[in-house]
Design a protein around this ligand. Structure first.
Ligand SMILES: C=C1C[C@]23C[C@H]1CC[C@H]2[C@]1(C)CCC[C@@](C)(C(=O)O)[C@H]1[C@@H]3C(=O)O
Ligand SMILES: O=C(O)CCC(=O)C(=O)O
Ligand SMILES: [Fe+2]
Length: 383
């Protein structure tokens, strides 16, 4: 990423972030970055240098021990397997919201193709990638470190995001319409990959339903018509990995994330005040609870802070499928999760409102849901 041409920029703080800015001189105009060159430079632009309290520290190499959940055992219907799996998952979700799934049923060739297509896409020239440029306020398209979106604490990554829903061939058509017939293969691979992710998410929703005592179909039915986001994360090498972050500390605003990281590693989770690493396991998917599911569980399951660090030697990649409900479905915990002992923690909301909040008004961090609840009260008189 090297300074190429001026683009517009957006002020960091917004009326909703609670960090009202007094009149400040406009920051210098930001530039478009091209990963090919900046990844070799020692003097990285100041916009990529994160505050001291966020910088990665070497002591985060300690592993976060995560249970390897055997999904096939749960789906077998064997009562003991179902009970064991749902208990292990429930304990993890109450603690930090992360676990890993094996025997997930996702075809290994499809997974390999998804990684190969990601390599091909991000090795294209910036000009070619910008044919899928993500527009301000939109959640789909190509972004190079969000230069047009944030003015500081820029993530050291390029991303390609696109939506998945039940409408037939929606991913396949996205690639065809956005990038043309030469990308038919990409569209086919990611259409099948997203279908596999959606199936996996619905099966995991059965586990979560059993673990919270509302039955296999409780949450599965809620997400049957999901309108989700697929995100390809591409982290070029960085000569100052101690100064920047691939993805900054955040909680996913979505419902459930199914992540497959490549062999490089870099995913870290904040638990008990310490950053701990989740090492890559090619046969497993990392699964984490997002803010929307934390609200659906009435705060029982945790959406936790995590981040991605980079390194000097190797490009790192991750495939992240973000399960989201239909846009206008009301996010409200099932009755069985609300009682005198467990009063409502968050107000009713729709995913479309939370998505708009994260795309247009607030940069997802560790208090997105609280800030969102405040924004809802300020902007929607029914609250
Ligand atoms: C709804 C979303 C917004 C982000 C992509 C999905 C779920 C995770 C969100 C994100 C990764 C959280 C950290 C900040 C962010 C800006 C990023 O680094 O990409 C977030 C995504 C986004 O707003 O594009
Ligand atoms: O790349 C990773 O390992 C994590 C990325 C992430 O947390 C995200 O995209 O929400
Ligand atoms: Fe995340």
């Amino acid at each position: 990423m090297v300074l190429l041409m001026p683009t517009c920029f957006k002020p960091e703080a917004s009326p909703c972030s609670g960090e009202q800015t007094k009149q400040q001189p406009p920051p210098p105009p930001l530039m478009v970055f091209d990963a090919n060159i900046l990844s070799q430079k020692l003097d990285i632009p100041s916009q990529f240098i994160w505050p001291e309290e966020d910088k990665p520290t070497p002591d985060a190499c300690e592993e976060l021990p995560l249970p390897l959940v055997d999904l096939k055992a749960f789906l077998s219907g064997d009562p003991k397997s179902m009970s064991d799996v749902s208990r292990i998952v429930g304990e993890s979700c109450e603690r930090h919201g992360f676990f890993q799934v094996i025997n997930h049923g996702v075809d290994s060739d499809l997974l390999a193709d998804a990684h190969l297509c990601m390599d091909s896409f991000f090795s294209m020239s910036l000009k070619e990638k910008q044919r899928a440029q993500r527009l301000p306020g939109e959640s789909c398209g190509y972004a190079s470190s969000f230069t047009g979106r944030f003015s500081s604490k820029l993530p050291w990554k390029e991303t390609l995001s696109f939506r998945f829903s039940r409408s037939p061939n929606v991913v396949h058509d996205y690639f065809l319409l956005t990038l043309g017939h030469d990308f038919r293969h990409f569209g086919d691979v990611y259409q099948r990959y997203c279908e596999a992710m959606s199936k996996l998410c619905l099966e995991i929703m059965e586990v979560l339903g059993v673990s919270l005592g509302i039955g296999r179909k409780g949450f599965r039915d809620f997400f049957e018509g999901n309108d989700s986001i697929m995100r390809l994360n591409y982290y070029p090498p960085c000569q100052r990995p101690d100064q920047t972050l691939g993805t900054g500390p955040h909680c996913d605003p979505t419902s459930l994330t199914i992540l497959h990281q490549d062999h490089v590693g870099g995913l870290q989770v904040l638990t008990e005040g310490k950053w701990r690493t989740i090492s890559p396991n090619p046969n497993a998917f990392v699964v984490n609870i997002g803010d929307t599911f934390m609200a659906l569980s009435n705060g029982r399951y945790k959406s936790c802070l995590h981040r991605a660090v980079v390194n000097t030697e190797e490009t790192r990649k991750s495939l992240a499928f973000f399960l989201c409900p239909e846009m206008e479905k009301i996010v409200r915990p099932p009755c069985g999760l609300v009682d005198e002992e467990h009063p409502r923690v968050y107000p009713d909301f729709t995913w479309s409102a939370l998505l708009e909040f994260t795309q247009k008004h607030y940069r997802a961090d560790t208090k997105t849901l609280d800030a969102f609840a405040e924004w809802l009260m300020k902007t929607h008189d029914q609250y």
